[in-house]
Design a protein around this ligand. Structure first.
Ligand SMILES: Cc1cc2nc3c(=O)[nH]c(=O)nc-3n(C[C@H](O)[C@H](O)[C@H](O)COP(=O)(O)OP(=O)(O)OC[C@H]3O[C@@H](n4cnc5c(N)ncnc54)[C@H](O)[C@@H]3O)c2cc1C
Length: 410
């Protein structure tokens, strides 16, 4: 039963609602550990109808309602103070896989989706950089990955969605059925509907990929090659990062991936004309899943040191090409590597605008844009320090806005 303190009748799903402190505290937290809003109850749905009944109850009683997937948000986005949170993880079945599509529950993670599709030689295009995000939680923020310039965002690659609207109606949304709802849900930040099921586009998956890590002497040279590579589409995946250098200052690094056909790749041809510091280049051939799961090693390390559960004052923004160099250079000049943490990074990756079709994603209008993300892993869990970094993020965001950029949705 829900608490009777405000004496509304409980939703007709007593068994599926948890009101114990532990469940409510977990739902009042996320990967950021910066914002905490406690719900009255946490729904563990056994079906889409459970979600619909809880949404109807929340709507009738004027309560907030939010779905949660993997709770990887960093600033309380999936929290519902005094309301109902639906933990979507119990709904994670992969229902069907065909040659060009998979039907999956929204609580499934990308890892679970891939476990079902890769043995069939298939995968969704444009995967995120981290596989333990839920399908629903990713589609409602868009879902940016290293293949964005080639494949668009995750929400560009969804064929239809099964949703529960704010009135508790169960609807299908696709380009043909309820197209306005389809466009409002994709990258709509979970504001208009709960996604319960998605039909994802599938494409043939490479068995292996060739990966290059190229080091650049400076930001301008790295950005010049990112522009070239985004337009040429020589690689399927291009990711730029500025990393704290062990000896102080910054390391500028591109991470490039070529999906492998049967023939061995011609490395010289793939890297021709790029301006990196070639003697420092690293290359490897690895199974596709190993590349996709490349954050797992970092997660293991941070968990082993207890730092995975420290506060994460991250900032994600999009900046147009005309402004990116001056914005990034100015911010790097004012950023202390210690504020990112030794394992943190600034992600500056290209986004070819024409590849992205999700209307609500707030990309700058320029043909080429960039992510400018501060991925901070502070070495301490000091709350005051984390608050200081949130304040610093706000100032960066204001400067990005002034330069024509906007906040990312992740
Ligand atoms: C380690 C790490 C790596 C990341 N990598 C990427 C990346 O590569 N690309 C990227 O785009 N982002 C990335 N992010 C950010 C992440 O994608 C977003 O925070 C994403 O929304 C989290 O998904 P989640 O399943 O954990 O959702 P949650 O954090 O649980 O929820 C996120 C938002 O989605 C809503 N939501 C969740 N499920 C549903 C649903 N079924 N229906 C409707 N709304 C729902 C919530 O209410 C909330 O508003 C990363 C975050 C972390 C911590």
């Amino acid at each position: 039963m829900l608490p009777t303190r405000k004496s509304p009748p409980p939703p007709p799903l007593d068994d599926g609602i948890r009101v114990d402190d532990r469940a409510r505290a977990a739902a009042a937290d996320d990967f950021g550990h910066l914002v905490h809003r406690t719900p009255e109850g946490v729904l563990l749905p056994a079906s889409e109808e459970d979600v619909a009944a809880a949404v109807r109850w929340a709507a009738e009683h004027g309560r907030a309602f939010a779905a949660q997937g993997g709770r990887h948000s960093v600033f309380g986005r999936g929290q519902a103070g005094g309301g109902i949170v639906a933990d979507m993880r119990p709904l994670r079945t992969v229902h069907a896989i065909e040659d060009d599509r998979a039907v999956v529950d929204a609580g499934a993670t990308w890892r679970e989706v891939l476990a079902a599709t890769l043995p069939r030689g298939l995968a969704p295009p444009g995967l995120p950089d981290y596989l333990d995000l839920s399908v629903g939680g990713t589609l409602v923020v868009g879902g940016v990955g290293s293949g964005i310039s080639r494949f668009g965002v995750l929400s560009d690659n969804v064929l239809d969605l099964q949703v529960v609207t704010g009135r508790g109606e169960r609807l299908v949304a696709s380009p043909a059925r309820n197209p306005g709802l389809f466009d409002a849900v994709r990258a709509g930040l979970g504001q208009v509907a709960v996604v319960t099921r998605a039909t994802l586009r599938l494409v043939p998956a490479p068995r292996r990929v060739r990966r290059f890590l190229l080091v650049y002497p400076d930001l301008a040279t790295m950005l010049a090659d990112e522009r070239l590579l985004a337009h040429e589409r020589r690689f399927e995946r291009v990711q730029g990062a500025v990393l704290p250098a062990p000896s102080g200052g910054w390391t500028f690094r591109l991470d490039l991936v070529k999906e492998l056909p049967a023939d061995p790749p011609d490395d010289d041809a793939l890297l021709a004309g790029l301006s990196d510091d070639r003697p420092r280049a690293e290359s490897s051939t690895l199974p596709y899943l190993e590349y996709l799961d490349r954050l797992a090693a970092l997660e293991r390390l941070l968990r082993s040191e207890g730092r995975w559960s420290f506060p994460h004052p991250w900032l994600t923004t999009f900046v147009g090409d005309p402004a990116v160099e001056s914005v990034a250079a100015a911010e790097l000049a004012g950023l202390a590597p210690a504020d990112l943490g030794p394992l943190g990074q600034v992600v500056v990756s290209p986004i070819l605008r024409e590849s992205v079709r999700t209307p609500l994603l707030r990309l700058p209008p320029d043909p080429l844009g960039f992510t400018f993300n501060l991925v901070r892993f502070p070495p301490t869990d000091d709350a005051a320090e984390a608050r200081g970094l949130v304040t610093a993020n706000r100032a960066v965001y204001e400067r990005v806005r002034a330069a024509g950029g906007d906040r990312g949705t992740a």
